[in-house]
Structure formats: C-alpha cells, structure tokens
Write a protein that binds this ligand. Sequence first.
Ligand code: P6P
Length: 300
Amino acid sequence: SDQMNVDTDIVTLTRFILEEQQKRAELVNLIGISGSANSTGDVQKKLDVIGDEIFINAMKSSNNVKVLVSEEQEDLIVFEGGGRYAVCTDPIDGSSNIDAGVSVGTIFGIYRLDDSSTGSIRDVLRRGTEMVAAGYTMYGASAHLMLTTGFGVNGFTLDTQLGEFILTQPNLKIPNKKAIYSVNEGNSYYWPDSFKKYIEDLKKPQDELKGKPYSARYIGSMVADIHRTLLYGGIFSYPGDSKSKNGKLRILYECFPMAMLMEQAGGAAVNDKGERILELLPKGIHDKSGIWLGSKDEYM
Ligand code: P6P
C-alpha cells in the first residue's frame, strides 16, 4: 500500500528520562527519608540523593564542566577532561516539601574558568557578579525553566509531548511593586528588631492600598517562592537572626543564582546590611547569607 509507516509517537531523550523517572518513582517508592545527611546536616530525601547523582552524571558527561559544587556534596568535585565551566547547584531545593507534593526545583549558577585555571576551589569562591549564567527548573503542575545569561531573563515551560522546553516568558520583568511579602514568620522571635518592625509595618493598613495590608505568601520552597515573586512581584526574605546569624540560604547555589535572576529581571537582591548580594565574596562553598530580594520599589 502507499501508506507510509510514520512513527508519530516520538520518544525524545528528555521524554525517555522523564518516563523512566516516573516509572521508577512509582515502582521504587522514592518518597521518604533516605536516612543519609548532607554537608549542612539536612536529612536527605531519596529524591535528593538521586537528583544529585543524575546532576553529577549529566555535568560529567557534558564534557563542558570542570568543577561542581552541590548542596549534597561536602567537598567540590573536579572532573577529568577539559571542561571550562564551574557549576554550583542545589539539585532538589525544597526537598522537605516533596512528600506534600509542593513544587521543588533545581537551582544552578555557572562561572567560566579563567584561562589559566586547571580546576579548583578558586573557580567558585568568586563574586556573584562573575557568574555567566544562572537559573532554576521548577517541578510542579508543569516543569518550568527560568534562565539568565546576563542579557535579561527568559522563562520556558516543558512540553512533555515534544520533550522540549518552550519559550513562554520572553524577556521577563518583575513588577516594580506588589503588596506580597514572603518570610518564615516562625523565625520572628529571633529576628533583629529592625526586621520585626519592617514586617509589622507591612501588616498595617496601607494608604496606597486603600487601607489594605500586604498579603503573606510563604511556600517554604525557595524555587516556588522566587517563581511567584518574579511573576507577581513582591518581597522574599530570609534574614540572619539570633539563632543563625547568616540565615539559612547558601550563597553559591541559592542566593547568587536567585539574585542574578532578580537583577536581570529589573529587581533587587541585598543582604542584611543592604549590600548587593552579587558583590559578596564567599569564603567557603556552603557559606550562607541573609537575603532580601524582590520588586525594587519595595526595598525598605
Ligand atoms: P524554612 C528548603 O529547605 C530551603 O533551602 C529553601 O528552599 C527554602 O526557601 C528554605 O529552605 C525554607 O526554610 O526555615 O522556612 O523551612
């Protein structure tokens, strides 16, 4: 017959990996504690561990990456081969929410090695201003990728049929103002008085909001809280406090990538002293910093 046998059910590499993972997740029951702990003492979830292994293998097989810093690895990893990039990542950020079905994500920041570098910790103990790219993927109702290479921010959504990320938010800009604040009020007893007052003021009726206060929105998964802040505007903050003087978020693979995205989208990102996050110089690969980021006209 003249009928052509056209395979219309194309299995791309991406689709293959996603379907394999889905099958593994259902068959192997990946929900739940793996029992091991990472360098900052967080109890690792099984998906944390698998996400980290997948990420390490992907970076290794790319032949472009020489140095890798991961939240899940105590020390940095230096690959064989001629890669000229250093990647800092939190492979599954927000993992404590996995069992509750809350969106989690992968955060990444990328440095280019200096020509003279052969791959060492010096390639990542650098200011955020030296990052050449940053972003996150968020795994929720759909999979999103938010990316900057220093020329603005572009948002993509995974089309699972095509197995491709499709450009859905070209040249994304964060609104300059929005009456939403995103903090963990459970820490308020430990906050500095200045921050307590700042948040209390947001709870008062605001003239420019016709007497309404700000709305509180906190998911507890940085990727989800940042995604909402980029799209809707507002404030996200995790300040240092009397129990953790540098707060909780790690500079290289949480603060820097999100700060680069915020600035590239027209927002701002500063530490507890009001210094630009991207100008900080980390001394250790898991160093933390207090952070305030969001709509630039909301900056206190
Ligand atoms: P808390 C998740 O563990 C994480 O690293 C970020 O994703 C999130 O913003 C923060 O910690 C939540 O911390 O103390 O509010 O539960």
